[in-house]
Design a protein around this ligand. Structure first.
Ligand SMILES: [Zn+2]
Length: 90
């Protein structure tokens, strides 16, 4: 699966990848069903996160298969939820 992702990310133009992601996000959680990792944004658990990155910089366990968030998005989400009043202040 990692090689397929790497091939897709490096060959398919980004605008098409973004359109394909809307369909992909409905099927990926089924294939990655499990409890090893949890996304704080969508609050769903998976066997693992998807790899992400271009060329030789692809990293494992990065992309949430449901909402397509990266680790930096999840970190910001946790910070805003726990260390700020972003979601509670008017
Ligand atoms: Zn998620």
């Amino acid at each position: 699966m990692k090689k397929a992702f790497k091939f897709a990310l490096n060959t398919i133009p980004r605008p098409i990848l973004i359109r394909l992601s809307y369909v992909f996000k409905f099927f990926a959680p089924v294939f990655l069903k499990g409890n090893n990792v949890e996304c704080p944004v969508c609050e769903k658990s998976f066997k693992k996160f998807l790899p992400y990155g271009y060329n030789d910089n692809q990293r494992d366990n990065v992309l949430c298969p449901y909402d397509l968030t990266l680790e930096r998005h999840r970190l910001m989400w946790v910070y805003l939820k726990t260390k700020s009043n972003f979601f509670t202040e008017d």
